[in-house]
Design a protein around this ligand. Structure first.
Ligand code: UD1
Ligand code: CA
Length: 450
């Protein structure tokens, strides 16, 4: 069955008290909107339409960064959820299949739930996602007659009896695309809010003798974010689920509550994660890697057998091959550390290739930036870079070469060569003792005088 997504993301989110549109506030390193798009993407939709309004330019950029084929339509005035969905009508003209309405501020609807709705859409004209609410509050209520969904009543418009219903509307709907827009054409704004309610399409469908039904999910999936406090709750809920998921998949988290994961973090079985590790977006850690305490990783790949940290920072483009070591206070950015190479202490490696089994001495820096442009450093296999070497890029150090500690390397070093740029050592016998005596005498004289 063909599907398309309509993701509502026009609201201002007044209670966020923010210049940023609500749907761009992040959970686990990605905007909420991206979480909703990613869940919907598992349906392999033909079209993804994002309905933007407040902050449309920023919303467009975020939507298209995640999915360059996403179409953004602008709802310039927020007249209600039916009006919002109707903005996608032209973009979906000619589309023959099921349209899913999702919400940019409801990030946790699961792919499994969407699949279940798609299944239900084979036997019903309109499928609504409902949930049993612990506190039904101001949610719309699903009015069922057996398996048939008769209508949805908004809290503001509900009678006492209807408010007693605990089966609530998540807002997510699946409906044949042309039927959806046909039903929306019949929606008016004659209600307590003066808005065009998408929820009204259920009553309209039933009046035509069409079938409507509800699929239910856990309330945790329908969690919506309206305030910073709810954003923090959503983050906590995401982290708790993601940590539990990793442990189920055979990853050790020594102190799970101190490890922070991104939406797309991938970690292989038998990896070992020590306390206080932060994963930003785009990280893959292979089986058996060991991430030690207080490390910060984003946009990087760590292969099996690698040991990272404690206190390591892996930035985007860091590629640690098998059995590598990146130790304390080392920063790696846009660099390959080839098999078995070691960068163990106090180093910056950026825009570089570190050859297999090379050893990078403490305090080594690739000077990659000349103030205007970035340049590349190549270190050959088995090279030994002495402590406190400055590698002024672009520069190439051959296989098996060595640099003397404290050297500033500005020219290429050929393989197996030793490069030294230090001033030669001078030794003056007895001079240290004479100097100390002179200085002590000076201090004593000063103290007598004062
Ligand atoms: C809506 C449902 C309600 C459901 C609840 C779940 C309707 C009429 N009511 O109520 O039954 O229980 O969601 O959270 O649909 N939006 C737009 N453009 C608009 C209006 C809304 O893009 O013109 C977006 C909002 O940014 C938001 C979403 O649609 O992301 C829901 O709108 P909101 O006004 O919050 O609806 P609720 O009153 O919460
Ligand atoms: Ca809402």
């Amino acid at each position: 069955m063909n599907t398309s997504l309509i993701i509502l993301a026009a609201g201002m989110g007044t209670r966020m008290n923010s210049d940023l549109p609500k749907v761009l506030h992040q959970i686990a390193g990605d905007p909420m909107l991206v979480h909703a798009m990613a869940a919907g993407a598992t349906l392999e939709p033909q079209h993804t339409i994002v309905v933007a309004g407040h902050g449309a330019a920023k919303v467009t950029a975020a939507a298209q960064e995640f999915d360059e084929n996403a179409t953004v339509v602008v709802q310039s005035e927020q007249l209600g959820t039916a009006h919002a969905v109707d903005q996608a009508k032209d973009a979906l003209a000619g589309f023959d299949g099921i349209a899913f309405v999702l919400y940019g501020d409801t990030p946790f609807v699961s792919p499994e739930t969407l699949e279940e709705m798609l299944g239900a859409a084979e036997g019903a004209d309109v499928v609504v996602l409902g949930f049993e609410a612990a506190d039904p509050g101001r949610y719309g209520r699903l009015i069922m007659e057996g398996p048939s969904l008769e209508r949805i009543v908004e809290f503001k418009d509900a009678t006492e009896q209807e408010r007693a219903v605990t089966l609530c509307n998540s807002g997510v709907i699946a409906c044949k695309s042309d039927l959806l827009f046909d039903l929306i054409a019949g929606v008016n704004n004659d209600n307590a809010s003066g808005e065009y309610y998408l929820t009204d399409i259920i009553g309209l469908a039933r009046a035509r003798g069409l079938k409507a039904t509800a699929v239910t999910c856990a309330e945790a999936e329908t969690l919506g974010v309206n305030s910073r406090a709810q954003l923090a709750e959503a983050e906590a809920a995401f982290q708790a689920r993601a940590r539990a998921g990793l442990m189920e998949n055979g990853i050790t988290l020594q102190a799970p509550e101190t490890v922070f994961l991104a939406r797309d973090t991938i970690i292989g079985r038998d990896a070992f994660i020590e306390p206080n590790v932060f994963f930003g977006p785009g990280v893959t850690v292979e089986s058996g890697a060991h991430i030690r305490a207080f490390s910060h990783l984003e946009g990087c790949h760590v292969a099996r057998g690698a040991v990272v940290g404690p206190y390591a920072r892996l930035r985007p483009g860091a590629e640690l091959q098998e059995n590598t070591r990146v130790g304390n206070f080392c920063e790696i950015k846009n660099a390959v550390v080839a098999e078995g190479a070691k960068v163990n202490h106090l180093s910056y490696i950026g825009d570089a290739f570190i050859g297999a089994a090379a050893n990078i001495g403490a305090g080594t820096i690739t000077c990659n930036y000349d103030g205007v442009m970035k340049h590349h450093t190549h270190i050959g296999a088995r090279a030994f870079i002495g402590s406190n070497t400055m590698l002024v890029a672009p520069v190439h150090v051959g296989d098996g070469a060595m640099t003397g500690s404290g050297s500033v390397i500005t020219s290429d070093v050929e393989e197996d060569a030793l490069a030294l740029t230090r001033a030669p050592q001078v030794e003056k016998p007895g001079m240290a003792r004479k100097l100390f005596e002179m200085l002590k005498a000076k201090k004593a004289k000063q103290q007598r005088g004062s």
